[in-house]
Design a protein around this ligand. Structure first.
Ligand SMILES: [Zn+2]
Length: 123
């Protein structure tokens, strides 16, 4: 299933490993990319509205290219946690298969961030 134009633009702000990974996942899963690189203004806004616990410069979304990507299942329903779980498991399995080391925001302490995946190694 091809990614939408908006998803594609967001994915293109990410590290090549994340692009490779999400492209591979999108072949079989219906999903959308809702965030790649996040600039200073957007990061501070996310921090102040409680959407992110990170201030500017502390989030992997602030790396250029971004070392974090937020991916949601489609059709999107924020209440449907099992759909997020299913997509997240596919993403983790695919990352393993491709040899890309990532962390899933689901496992973050304090704030389970289901759509969030980030690279674990600095490149
Ligand atoms: Zn994120």
């Amino acid at each position: 299933m091809p990614l939408s134009k908006t998803s594609r633009q967001k994915l293109n702000t990410c590290h090549s490993d994340l692009i490779r990974l999400i492209e591979a996942v999108a072949e079989t899963e219906k999903c959308a990319v809702i965030c790649g690189f996040r600039g200073r203004y957007e990061q501070e806004k996310a921090y102040h509205t409680g959407k992110s616990k990170a201030k500017w410069g502390q989030s992997k979304h602030n790396f250029k290219p971004s070392h974090a990507v937020d991916v949601v299942p489609e059709p999107l329903n924020w209440e449907d946690i099992p759909a997020f779980e299913k997509l997240g498991e596919k993403i983790m399995a695919k990352a393993d298969e491709l040899g890309i080391k990532i962390k899933w925001g689901k496992n973050f302490k304090g704030l389970a961030d289901y759509p969030h995946f980030e690279l674990t190694e600095d490149k």
